[in-house]
Design a protein around this ligand. Sequence first.
Ligand code: UTP
Length: 508
Amino acid sequence: MNIEELRARLEEANQGHLLRYWDQLSDQEKLQLYNELSHQDFNEINEFYKTVMENVSAASKKLNDVIEPLPKEVCGRVVNTGPETLSQYNNSGLKKIGESRVAVLLLAGGQGTRLGVPYPKGMYDVGLPSGKTLYQIQAEKLLKLQRLGESVTGNSCKIPWYIMTSEHSKQSTQDFFQKHKYFGLQEDDVILFEQNLLPCIGFDGKIILEKPHKVALSPAGNGGLYRALHHNGVLKDMESREIEYIHVYSVDNILVKMADPVFIGFCISRGANCGAKVVEKTFPTEAVGVVCKVEGKYQVVEYSEITLKTAGKRDCNGRLVFNAGNICNHFFTLDFLKFVSEPSQERLLKHHVAKKKIPHVSDKDCRQTTQPGSPNGIKMEKFVFDVFLLSSSFAVWEVIREDEFAPLKNADTADKDTPTTCRRALLNLHHRYLIGAGAEFVYTDGTKISHIPSQKGEDEALFVESEISPLVSYAGEGLNELVEGRKFVSPVYINQDFTMDKPKIVDG
Ligand code: UTP
């Protein structure tokens, strides 16, 4: 430990207060604080803070004048695309999957503070009949998709799964996958890596201490991906596997279609190096970022960054002009990922500011950690979509929200994006898959249930529970031979695991 050198660096960066408890710390605490501080670049952090605060005041003023909707030629919509074209996209995506040219990359470095559980979100079970966690659902989707890819090429294939965690979640995620034997995936194909953390900063520009021997740190946003890719050898691993396309997504969308062949096929058909899957934003005040153009560059603009007048603009068909709702579902070519992860490019991505209540050490409370009642500082974050502005060939694919987007953000005390809304969204989708495949649902007395139940829960009595293992069907395909013309009493569970050679249907 060279404490004098560290002290000098801190003083020079105007962050000397971080050592104010030094003399009162135990040897172990000294070591912990020293390790935390010694690898930080304080001048860089000060620079981030300065730029981020300047941008906050500059940005909001001009956005309304320079925001433009997406040009038609970069957009495709599932509802406007005929079955033949959809099938072409699907086949082209599946072919690339079958050739082992596609990887998926999960952003799981967040803290999940709104959900409020003490373990990573991917380990959450929303209460499905199967009791599956988000991670298990995703692993099974990958296994199934590998089989679908293999059926196109006739060769065995792999879809490597890169999982970005952070200091808070890496070990528990690793242990979880080991405990569950990687849900049938090859251990080598599940690659965990860690994103970096950044200090939280008070409104006076000073780094906040959470404890006398601990800096308040938080993950640097899901845009921390690009630095992490560069520093963890992930891009090299992708290269050695000859990956061409990467699907990046967030952990919390229970309906996520990982490596969706249709999305991949669409982006390939457009020659895109970067793509976003979106859902239609339905009302002006809906709290969703929209993909658009700003000063000629692709960008995601949050609702709070524009006026209600801009957010509420409608076209001649009555659709919102800024309607491409971002759902953190992205396509990248490996070449593009390599380009944007270069330090010279990554540095161009600006930090965003989130004002937060940051627990901090308080002298008043005998150096205990205090939870403030109002925001006392900022967290600086980069976002994964910030690289859109670096894309020269961009594509946007709009999908149906009910089929593809149900995020888990909050605990059940909230009214949206909760375990209950996620569970219902998945059960509802699977019910529709079964009806689409020719199944019929009846009450126990044999009378037909004719409604597609609402997800809102007013008609709980009609709520049909259907769950289909992703190992049986990735997105509703292959069900006809199992269910066509058959009657089912809710709940229905169509299951298959890697020990079973054919699916098992349990109902009633
Ligand atoms: P959210 O912004 O919803 O954050 O992340 P969160 O951490 O899940 O939840 P809150 O805001 O603390 O309640 C969207 C996606 O980005 C990932 C999350 O894991 C999630 O998949 N993420 C977020 C990261 O990978 N790193 C981060 O630093 C932040």
